[in-house]
Design a protein around this ligand. Structure first.
Ligand SMILES: Cc1cc2nc3c(=O)[nH]c(=O)nc-3n(C[C@H](O)[C@H](O)[C@H](O)COP(=O)(O)O)c2cc1C
Length: 189
């Protein structure tokens, strides 16, 4: 059986950001939780830059195709002005309404202000629903002060939500993979 594809989209305009790191870490934790693993992929919008908005750009078109083909999505953004980044929104505006066809999607935001935690529920999740993703679990808001030990948090979070996240794409969803028993795993960058 072909392993599912888990794709991360990074909406930070700066390359190799902490946001990017969180995205990678969560994608890896999700992949490790599947009994047969997953194919992982990422679209780093910092690489596309302004081309993310160019309807004729071949790389941006290819990035959209990879997003549409993914089985599970992780969408990561820094918190800018109490919501996700404009770069991420500009890229996602290329997708049609409902285009994600029910694919499970997890939003994750990195921010400096605890009072913006609800941005994930109030702004980010509705965007994903408009695009046709399912949002089987509440997204993650990570404070800048919480980035150091995020790998352990990601692993525990995936273990907690395994059934809801993977139920739609695998019949093995009832029990977490052995990789998750005993949680607290290695740190990944
Ligand atoms: C233009 C700009 C706007 C920001 N607005 C907010 C905000 O409204 N709320 C918040 O919690 N953090 C805000 N921040 C802080 C960023 O969310 C935080 O520094 C960022 O997530 C760090 O991610 P990075 O290290 O991946 O760049 C803002 C940062 C910038 C540059």
């Amino acid at each position: 059986m072909t392993p599912p594809t888990i794709l991360g989209i990074v909406g930070n305009p700066r390359p190799e950001s902490r946001t990017h790191n969180l995205c990678r870490t969560l994608v890896r934790a999700l992949s490790a939780a599947l009994p047969g693993g997953a194919e992982t992929d990422e679209v780093d919008l910092a690489v596309l830059g302004p081309r993310a908005l160019d309807p004729a750009d071949a790389d941006a078109i290819a990035a959209v195709e990879r997003v549409l083909a993914a089985d599970v999505l992780v969408l990561a953004s820094p918190t800018y002005k109490a919501t996700y980044s404009g770069l991420l929104k500009g890229f996602l505006d290329r997708l049609g309404t409902g285009a994600l066809g029910g694919a499970p999607a997890v939003p994750i935001m990195l921010g400096g202000a605890p009072d913006h935690r609800l941005a994930i529920d109030v702004h980010f999740t509705p965007l994903l629903l408009e695009l046709g993703a399912s949002a089987p679990v509440r997204g993650l808001f990570v404070l800048e002060s919480e980035t150091e030990d995020f790998a352990a948090r990601a692993q525990a979070w995936v273990a907690e939500h395994h059934g809801a996240l993977f139920g739609p794409i695998t019949s093995c969803a009832a029990s977490p993979s052995p990789a998750l028993s005993g949680a607290a795993g290695s740190t990944v960058s």
